[in-house]
Design a protein around this ligand. Structure first.
Ligand SMILES: O=C(O)CCC(=O)C(=O)O
Ligand SMILES: [Fe+2]
Length: 717
């Protein structure tokens, strides 16, 4: 079932008439859809239980969503088993109690009281007394290192000791963003430095006289860079002497994305390198010691085994029989996901069907938001209860009412320089940058992705998409490829550039099996289908043709027909109103994830409305601090144009009235751009005020166009 677009209207202008008709038709569609869809998808989500599996659709290549397990923290058991590769060290001997508070001249008293059992009101239980810290690299389900086993809490734990020691080593910082002076560890940036230092231990330096051991049993050697790090062998630069984890946390001058808080980063004392920032498995950024202590208290339930009649341990009083009940407590685990400075948190799924409960994300209906893993490679997740039907309808209504030339719904374009209408993207799109719902959804999206603060420079406006019957969007990467570095903006996210990092796709209409319109991930495989039962392209094509489903609708061997074949044999997501899906376009190291290739399948029946939100790994073009290709900037400066302020859209067409222009060609200055002769398609470009476009015939310039002030301009010969 999907809403149908009406197109008859009264005496108003045709575009407003169409828009109004669409609004009414869409609302009717939304209002009626629960009556037509047997079990309404969203209502199913209203009950706290997850939706039932969708395996009942025999021919449905859409994802089969397994049930939510009763104990969603699947990670703790699996990670402890997977952690077998990391050798556990025998527990260290008990650490002496902290010195009296007065003796801690460097320490903020508030930190000390968080950890110091003597000064706590709750009986002084050290929050880390039976918890081991386990570290993962960003996006990795397997830990890379773990804490050496600590002594259970009769006294201050190794963890508290290390945290307090490292807190004392982090200098006082001034947080310019809050204009308050914070003591060491009070700011999230100082906290990052402190935790990184505690995990890896202090690095000998002339200025640090004290020495204390690393919390991690291997000082984080297992958590080294996953990319080739030139500093590993660079004795002169000191890189080789650093624990590997420090080289992971500080990706180096050529790879540390410059975020808006770059200047606030506090280096790891002794090492002088940038620290990691740390997130929970669910993406929550850990910004202070109090929060870390809270997480430690909440970390899982310890497994205990009790044997009676044992010997009494030191300090334990014997029971009636003169013996002690020895309670063997298996230590709990606090998993931290370490993200290099300047980089962005990424979920670390282990298996399809895995759940991530996002208790920190609030939505209008106060329903729990959770992720369910649809695919590991590409990384794709369903985001349950991300938005509701009301918001879904509001997005469509606003898109239809939009009249501004830059934002209204119109034939889609693609590419870094945007404006080229593409024959392989036949849908329509528009942008919602200021709508109330769009704003709310953008903020929610950032929270889901693990940002502790909203950052406008990291998101595009909400892009709204409409697909009518037969329209589609050929498989592509959302990551923008500018490998020749032709743009002022530097898109090379592996290094200092920024690019699209993650996409949240929102669906606003219900499409039934056979209606088409799925989002297909052409490198992914359908869930729940055995490897041996996967269908190859040719068999799927034969089956499609035999079914006759697209006969008379799509041309044989057209790219659209080929897409339907893929949509029916590869991982595809069927739209439902208020369904949201998250996927990543980059790997954790910033390289593009080629497996994230995806497209919008041709709509066979009805209409599809969707929207996407692209989140970048750093400031996108036009925002302060966005990375630039300096050579292009210089070139433009020499040509007297500034790209940021003067971008224009220009179309060049041949009216076929001047015989001398029969074989004309368009050049940007002296660079060939495209054929502009009789019968050649209009050339659409993004260009800049003052740019010169030359028309040449037989290599001689016959006409020059200079781009003027108009935002959109057409030049003809
Ligand atoms: O419509 C879809 O399902 C996908 C849209 C998409 O990939 C895009 O707009 O980048
Ligand atoms: Fe896309």
């Amino acid at each position: 079932m999907s809403s149908k677009t009406g197109n008859n209207g009264g005496g108003v202008s045709p575009s407003i008439r169409t828009a109004l008709a669409c609004v009414v038709a869409y609302l009717l569609g939304v209002a009626l859809s629960p009556l037509v869809v047997p079990v309404d998808y969203f209502l199913r989500n209203l009950v706290a239980n997850p939706p039932p599996p969708r395996a009942d659709d025999a021919n449905d290549t859409a994802v089969v969503v397994p049930r939510r397990p009763d104990h969603p923290r699947v990670e703790s058991s699996s990670s402890s088993s997977s952690s077998s590769s990391i050798p556990d060290e025998p527990p260290t001997t008990a650490v002496p109690p902290l010195p009296p508070a007065g003796g801690r001249s460097h320490l903020d008293q508030s930190h000390a009281s968080l950890l110091d059992r003597d000064s706590r009101d709750d009986g002084g239980v050290d929050p880390f007394s039976d918890v081991d810290i386990v570290v993962h690299r960003n996006g990795e389900p397997d830990p890379c290192s773990r804490q050496r086993g600590g002594a259970p809490g009769t006294t201050t734990t190794t963890t508290s000791r290390a945290l307090l020691d490292s807190a004392s080593a982090v200098p006082e910082t001034t947080e310019t963003e809050t204009t308050t002076t914070a003591r060491s560890g009070d700011s999230k940036h100082a906290f990052d430095a402190m935790l990184t230092l505690a995990l890896t231990g202090n690095v000998a330096s002339s200025s640090s006289s004290s020495s204390f051991p690393a919390l991690l049993h291997d000082r984080g050697e297992g958590c080294g860079p996953t990319w080739t790090d030139p500093r590993a062998h660079d004795d002169a630069g000191g890189g080789a002497g650093l624990p590997s984890m420090l080289r992971y946390c500080d990706m180096g001058a050529n790879r540390t994305t410059v975020q808006s808080d770059h200047e606030l980063i506090v280096n790891v004392p002794g090492a002088g390198t940038r620290p990691c920032h740390f997130h929970t498995r669910e993406g929550v950024r850990i910004t202070g010691l109090g929060q870390l202590a809270r997480l430690a208290r909440e970390a899982g339930i310890p497994t205990t085994t009790t044997t009676s009649g044992g010997e009494c341990a030191g300090g334990e009083l014997p029971g009636d029989g003169g013996t002690c009940d020895a309670t063997l407590t298996r230590r709990r685990e606090l998993h931290l996901y370490a993200v290099p400075a300047g980089r962005v948190f990424m979920f670390a799924p282990r298996h399809v069907g895995e759940i991530f409960e996002l208790k920190h994300v609030s939505v209008p209906l106060d329903l729990p938001v959770w992720l369910e893993v649809i695919s590991l490679s590409p990384r794709v997740f369903d985001v349950f209860n991300f938005f509701d039907r009301e918001e879904s309808a509001a997005i469509v209504v606003r898109a239809l009412a939009e009249t501004s030339e830059t934002h209204r719904m119109k034939r889609s374009s693609t590419g870094a320089s945007g404006y080229n209408v593409n024959s392989k993207r036949t849908s329509e799109n528009g942008f919602d940058t200021h709508g109330k719902v769009a704003q709310a959804v953008k903020r929610r999206c950032m929270t889901v992705l693990g940002f502790d603060e909203y950052e406008e420079s990291l998101t595009d406006g909400l892009q709204v998409l409409r697909y009518n019957k037969t329209t589609a969007y050929i498989p592509h990467l959302d990551w923008i490829d500018d490998h020749q570095k032709q743009n002022e903006h530097d898109f090379d996210s592996e290094h200092l550039g920024t690019n699209r990092f993650a996409t949240i796709l929102l669906y606003m209409t219900d499409l039934n099996e056979g209606d088409g319109g799925e989002t297909v991930f052409t490198e992914g495989w359908p869930v729940g289908v055995d490897e041996k039962d996967r269908i190859d392209f040719n068999d799927a094509k034969t089956a499609l043709r035999e079914s006759g489903d697209v006969a008379g609708i799509l041309k044989e061997d057209s790219w659209e027909e080929q897409m339907v074949v893929r949509c029916r044999s590869r991982l595809s997501i069927r739209p439902h109103s208020s369904r949201a899906v998250l996927f990543y376009s980059q790997n954790p190291d910033g390289t593009p994830d080629q497996k994230s290739m995806h497209g919008g399948c041709p709509v066979i029946s009805g209409e599809k409305w969707a929207a996407n939100l692209w989140v970048w790994n750093g400031p996108r073009g036009g925002f302060e601090g966005s990375p630039k290709n300096q050579h292009v900037v210089e070139r433009n400066r020499a040509a007297g144009v500034s790209q940021d302020n003067n971008q224009k859209k220009a179309s060049f067409a041949n009216t076929q009235t001047d015989e001398a222009m029969r074989n004309a060609q368009l050049y940007f200055q002296d660079t060939f751009w495209g054929k502009m002769g009789y019968g050649d398609p209009t050339l659409n470009v993004n260009t800049y005020k003052g740019h010169q476009w030359n028309v040449k015939v037989d290599e001689k310039t016959v006409k020059t166009f200079v781009i003027d002030d108009r935002p959109q301009q057409t030049h003809t010969i």
